[in-house]
Design a protein around this ligand. Structure first.
Ligand code: ADP
Length: 473
């Protein structure tokens, strides 16, 4: 069995703000069948501690970044979860990264440095007689772990993989905190963890980890370009040889449609329209959006392009939260237009009902490392209309003339990410929707798309194996 400690700031079913949590929660189960013993280490936020069924302490620290801390052990499905209980860092109201007012916690660098440092200690010394061979570090919150591991002198025998789920979040901190973060000053330079005179936890991971990965092959190559690399493209180009893109899968125990046949889907559409107060007799497709409302997701563009859908009898149901300006704009739209329903907030059950009831899911992202909602859409026969970028490019087969002629299309892609291109794509969507035979064919294709973890888990397992071999004397 390859032993891997997966280190992350979120994990379904305990704490989630985005796709990272889904992936971290799904990997241990998906990898178990490949002979990987993956255990997960997450912070003990108040919400997480409250959900733990058991609280067995398996490690203790007198002073971890300013207070006492323990590692608690709990089950995660059939696997093992370690929770870093550090009340001075994590026992608070608010979210994992922000206070109740929506401001980043000022001590975020220390909070996640603590997580990374405990991961490194587990790497160096093991925990409960369990000695991981690999630290799999997810995003900036785990970015310092490879560096701390080096400092502990264990990087020669324990391997590290840094996975980028979104390069927009880089874990920046003022250089004045180098001492407080326990970082070696010798690493504060351009080829180390320094980034524009500050400290970047993500860059530390990208520089010091043995291997790098991201969550789709297209994003892996996009990241090496100026347009997508967000200042780290040069670092990534230098490490091109060590970088792979492995697509996320979906957790089919959580995301399986409540219907077996396409015909049954109509009932879910009717129920969703009723629930959201959308007229039942409009002819067009019911499009859904389930998304964080941020610049990345391109929903400002959707707002501009919306008449192309609504004027042709289409409807929009949006579930999301985030940018207050966007929340307000969509709520205003819903008040004015009977074809638009908007729910602001985070609602896992409604997300499932929308996926079941929608005809199409819209994902007009400016960039999208992998994206999960288009994959849920495929699984549910809710055809994805997506921007041609990142994982959206890798998972959807465009209904281009060639895609249609070959009979393999599963959705629609548009490029560039502009209101005009999206409006045109929505018109194409409506035309396809009116052609019942083609639409049904596409739904059948979509539902048969390989979106489970099967393929990707095998790729991770092979990568881990090669990493373990590389460390063998
Ligand atoms: P990202 O991680 O960038 O937010 P992904 O598409 O990878 O985007 O993952 C988003 C995840 O969060 C999906 O599981 C999606 O269903 C869920 N999600 C996003 N917004 C909401 C919301 N308002 N309510 C419920 N689930 C949401």
């Amino acid at each position: 069995m390859t032993r891997v400690l997966s280190v992350a700031s979120e994990c379904v079913p305990l704490i989630k703000t985005g796709g990272l949590a889904d992936v971290v929660g799904a990997l241990p189960g998906a990898l178990a069948v490949h002979g990987v013993d993956m255990r997960v280490l997450v912070p003990g936020y108040r919400q997480v501690i409250a959900k733990l069924p058991t609280q067995e302490a398996v490690a203790e620290f007198d002073d971890l970044f300013g207070g006492a801390a323990r590692v608690l052990k709990a089950p995660l499905g059939a696997q093992v979860l370690y929770v870093l209980e550090a009340p001075h860092l994590f026992d608070r109201d608010g979210g994992p990264y922000m206070d109740p007012q929506g401001n980043d916690w000022r001590d975020n660098p220390e909070r996640f440095a603590a997580l990374s440092s405990v991961a490194a200690m587990i790497g160096a010394d093991g925990i409960e007689d369990w000695h991981p061979q690999i630290l799999h570090c997810h995003d900036w919150q785990a970015g310092f772990a490879p560096l701390y591991l080096r400092e502990l002198g264990a990087a020669g025998r324990v391997s590290t993989l840094m996975t980028i789920h979104n390069i927009a979040f880089q874990g920046m901190a003022s250089a004045s905190r180098i001492g407080a973060l326990g970082l070696p000053r010798t690493g504060f330079h351009q080829r180390g963890y320094e980034f524009w005179d500050s400290v970047s936890a993500l860059k530390a991971g990208l520089v010091y980890a043995d291997k790098l990965s991201t969550v789709s092959p297209t994003y892996a190559s996009e990241l090496m370009t100026k347009d997508f690399g967000m200042g780290l493209d040069g670092v990534l180009r230098e490490r091109q040889e060590d970088m792979v893109g492995i697509l996320n899968g979906i957790d089919e125990t959580l995301w399986t449609p409540p219907y077996k046949t396409i015909a049954e889907k109509a009932k879910h559409k009717a129920a969703l329209r009723k629930e959201l107060g959308l007229p039942a007799d409009w002819p067009g497709p019911l499009c859904v959006v389930i998304s964080r409302l941020t610049e990345q997701k391109g929903l400002d563009i959707l707002m501009q392009a919306l008449p192309a859908l609504l004027d042709r009898g289409g409807q929009l149901a949006l579930l999301g939260a985030g940018n207050p300006g966007l929340e307000e704009a969509f709520q205003r739209k819903a008040q004015k237009h009977p074809g638009v329903a908007v729910r602001i907030g985070y609602d896992e059950d409604l997300a499932h009902r929308m996926m079941a009831g929608g005809d199409a899911i819209l994902v007009p992202s400016r960039f999208e490392p992998c994206g999960l909602t288009q994959m849920y859409g495929l699984r549910y026969g809710t055809l994805p209309l997506v921007a041609l970028t990142g994982g959206l490019a890798d998972t959807v087969i465009n209904a281009s003339p060639a895609g249609l002629a070959a009979g393999c299309a599963t959705g629609l892609q548009f490029h560039p990410v502009s209101a005009q291109a999206l409006a045109q794509a929505m018109m194409r969507l409506i035309t396809l929707y009116q052609d019942k035979e083609t639409w049904t064919r596409m739904m059948t294709n979509a539902m048969a798309s390989p979106v489970s973890w099967t393929h990707s888990a095998a790729k991770y397992a092979a990568l881990y194996e090669s990493m373990v071999k590389a460390k063998q004397p």
